[in-house]
Design a protein around this ligand. Structure first.
Ligand SMILES: NC(=O)c1ccc[n+]([C@@H]2O[C@H](COP(=O)([O-])OP(=O)(O)OC[C@H]3O[C@@H](n4cnc5c(N)ncnc54)[C@H](OP(=O)(O)O)[C@@H]3O)[C@@H](O)[C@H]2O)c1
Length: 310
């Protein structure tokens, strides 16, 4: 590895010091510094939500490592032509996403909110058990996170269907692919879990038309990006009784503005974009491993296709 290798860190809003210490320990030959305007030109960057000015001043970058799985915001910027964008693949996120989605689906299926409300009123009462077969779960996006989620749901013996751009085979999951099979996928699902990347093709994909095609009494779990969902359409379908409710972790504007109807809606469960957090130690180990592989000229996983958008 060349002695001159420079790594710049640009994650406004994150505490830089532990990342710098971790990256320096993992790559002792590298100079690792926080980016500031006028900083030395670097070979690699570790970023989250960098400004355009960052890329304008770093024309030599060969690798840009996003410390998350979604790269939609990054791809809106003008990047140096030769720079490859690399997303984290898994790095401890898929197990978090699986536990989050399973709890959302199970909480809905087992009516745990209704039990909690009854208990809060001092009532010891039972509800009729529901049939798992009546709650097929559809997972949109069968990538790193969606595959793990679909497999975890199948472990709980829910019927699971999945949808992706290209055909996939996952044990225990009935897979659909491409626009031609989207209607059949929706019709086969009662609970819809979104784990698509945000691209021009997937923006607003959960709208009146598509959500109406879910089985009656459907439920939505959005854990990908806020812009996948048309909020007013979801609210209209819940208020009309067509959908039973939703669990939402991601929003068009974050933090969600105080006047937004999701805050008070009794059938919407919200969390503040926390379904799968970036784990620093796992991420540093992965980024360091990929930089070393790139330096050796070896192929690495997780390179983003800027045309495809993910
Ligand atoms: N809430 C959170 O805390 C949190 C945390 C991390 C990530 N996320 C979100 O989760 C998303 C998914 O992450 P990931 O790592 O699983 O992504 P990924 O590995 O890139 O997988 C994306 C999947 O979506 C499919 N897809 C893409 N465009 C499609 C289209 N037009 N039609 C049908 N399927 C399409 C892909 O199909 P192919 O298999 O054919 O390529 C692939 O199966 C991220 O982009 C991010 O937005 C949220």
């Amino acid at each position: 590895m060349p002695l001159t290798m420079n790594i710049t860190f640009c994650c406004p809003g994150s505490t830089a010091e532990p990342w710098l210490l971790g990256l320096r320990a993992a790559l002792p030959q590298a100079q690792v510094e926080v980016w500031h305007s006028g900083a030395a030109r670097a070979d690699y960057a570790v970023v989250w939500a960098p400004p355009q000015q960052f890329f304008d001043e770093q024309p030599q970058l060969r690798g840009v490592f996003a410390i998350g799985a979604g790269v939609d915001a990054l791809l809106k910027l003008r990047l140096p032509a030769q720079a490859r964008v690399v997303r984290l693949d898994d790095a401890g996120m898929s197990v978090q996403m699986a536990e989050y989605v399973c709890q959302a689906v199970i909480r809905h299926f087992r009516e745990l909110d209704a039990y909690a409300a009854a208990i809060a009123q001092g009532q010891w009462s039972y509800r009729k058990p529901r049939k798992r077969a009546d709650f097929p779960v559809g997972v949109m996006g069968l990538g790193v996170l969606g595959t793990r989620v679909a497999q975890a749901l199948a472990q709980f013996e829910f019927p699971v269907v999945g949808w992706s751009r290209s055909a996939r085979t996952i044990e225990g999951v009935r897979c659909f692919a491409g626009a031609a099979q989207f209607k059949d996928f929706l019709a086969a699902a009662k609970v819809l879990v979104n784990l698509l990347p945000l691209t021009p093709d997937t923006q607003g994909i959960m709208c009146l038309d598509t959500l109406s095609q879910l089985q009656h009494g459907g439920y939505v779990v959005n854990v990908a990006r806020g812009a996948h969902l048309v909020d007013e359409d979801l609210l209209a379908l819940i208020d009309s009784g067509q959908l039973a409710g939703a669990t939402v972790d991601v929003f068009r504007t974050e933090p969600l503005p105080p006047e937004h109807r999701f805050w008070q809606h009794p059938k919407i469960t919200m969390t503040p974009h926390t379904a799968a957090r970036t784990l620093r130690d796992e991420s540093i180990a992965q980024i360091a491993g990929k930089i070393e592989a790139m330096e050796r000229g070896e192929p690495i996983a997780g390179i983003v296709d800027p045309v495809r958008g993910y």
